[in-house]
Design a protein around this ligand. Structure first.
Ligand SMILES: NC(=O)c1ccc[n+]([C@@H]2O[C@H](COP(=O)([O-])OP(=O)(O)OC[C@H]3O[C@@H](n4cnc5c(N)ncnc54)[C@H](O)[C@@H]3O)[C@@H](O)[C@H]2O)c1
Length: 365
């Protein structure tokens, strides 16, 4: 497949608009349709002169697009992706891959059976800061990763919670919506999670879904991490409010939100400050800091370029449905750990089972 790829954006809400803007500044792709039943979708489509379709089936029938970005509420990810995959249209599916482990496993089956590319939108993996950190960690700059600390204070405005799904367990909440990014990044750096412990609270907002959580992770190779997240707590110490990935939506405060400490050095992000001892590690000796170099790049655009490459040539998505499902399995264990007050093991064995090869290609029930 050569030439510019025709992309539709399904869901013209907050992140859908980011994708529309990203398409407009990314070479090799162009927007051919928006799908959204709400008036906002129609208005956006009119303003940029593309057709607006009421649903995904209408998009498939229209043949307007060669691929689609799905940026709709979590519980719609599986049914919408299913329609696209069955029609042979490659999908860039927003995170979380699905609202539940069951839906995510169903999606993996569909990807396996249809053999159509599906990339999950864990966009941070394309952030050049993350790429530089990954290279430093893999290259041994920190030695063996021992511990990680992630803070995520991102007080959201009251009107954010007007749509009911943002307040609904299994659909909204900072674990599924925001912590999934942190889990993905920690797995990227540390490897798979073995056990989790967690506390959650809805004390501040009094919704059914949590507003705050404190989580501990044990990684399979023995590293430990703590994560503290709240959509009711004010503070700049979160990735979204410091990394500058989406300047149109969020300010970029000059603070760190992630701290990684290994047997030979420590690294904070997103400022990429690496701290090393002058000799053997000794807490009485001053550490020597340096800022690791990286080449700034537009994170969402990098993700889209990778997606376009998958549409053109196929290949392995940088974040596959299986990979993203591991994040959901960790989140599921976190929810159970919080509910039961127990340490929960993370069982990823369902991801290594081969697909049954006869996934129902009919409609989702
Ligand atoms: N990668 C990121 O940084 C990032 C950031 C924000 C949200 N997200 C994810 O993107 C998804 C959307 O989040 P949002 O904040 O943009 O939500 P939003 O509520 O702002 O927008 C959702 C849009 O989808 C539309 N919609 C609902 N059902 C639809 C359907 N069946 N077909 C077509 N359109 C439909 C709604 O009308 C709305 O316009 C969620 O899965 C969320 O987790 C990712």
């Amino acid at each position: 497949m050569t030439g510019s790829i025709a992309v539709a954006v399904i869901g013209a809400g907050a992140i859908g608009r980011t994708h529309v803007e990203t398409i407009s500044r990314t070479p090799g792709v162009h927007l051919t349709a928006i799908v959204d039943p709400a008036p906002g979708g129609q208005a956006l489509a009119q303003s940029i002169n593309v057709p607006c379709l009421p649903d995904t089936s209408a998009l498939v029938e229209s043949r307007l697009a060669q691929s689609a970005i799905v940026a709709t509420p979590n519980e719609t990810h599986l049914p919408i992706a299913a329609i696209l995959l069955r029609a042979g249209l490659p999908v860039l599916l927003e995170k979380p891959v699905a609202e539940s482990v069951e839906s995510a496993l169903r999606l993996i089956e569909l990807v396996d059976v249809t053999d159509v590319p599906l990339l999950v939108g864990h966009h941070r993996r394309y952030n050049p800061v993350v790429c530089a950190a990954y290279e430093a960690i893999q290259g041994g700059a920190l030695g063996h990763l021992v511990m990680g600390t992630v803070t995520n204070s991102l007080a959201k405005p009251a009107n954010y919670f007007e749509p009911v799904w943002w307040r609904t367990p299994g659909a909204g909440g900072p674990l599924l919506i925001n912590l999934v990014h942190e889990i993905d990044l920690l797995r990227h750096f540390f490897g798979e999670v073995a056990n989790v412990q967690a506390l959650v609270s809805n004390e501040r907002r009094r919704f059914q879904v949590e507003d705050t959580a404190a989580v501990c992770l044990t990684f399979a190779d023995g590293g430990l991490a703590t994560l503290c997240i709240s959509d009711a707590a004010v503070g700049p110490w979160s990735w979204d409010l410091s990394a500058g990935e989406n300047p149109a939506r969020f300010p970029a405060n000059e603070v760190s939100a992630h701290y990684y400490a290994g047997s030979r050095g420590g690294l904070s992000l997103p400022d990429l400050r690496l701290w090393k001892p002058p000799g053997e590690p000794d807490w009485t000796c001053a550490l020597v800091p340096e800022t690791l170099p990286y080449k700034p790049a537009d994170t969402y655009s990098q993700q889209l370029l990778h997606f376009a490459e998958l549409v053109r040539k196929g290949g392995q998505p940088r974040v596959s449905a299986r990979d993203a499902t591991a994040n959901i399995i960790v989140l599921d264990a976190i929810a159970k750990a919080a509910m039961m007050g127990q340490t929960m093991a993370v069982d990823l064995s369902c991801l290594s089972r081969p697909c049954a090869g006869k996934a129902n290609l009919g409609r989702e029930s």
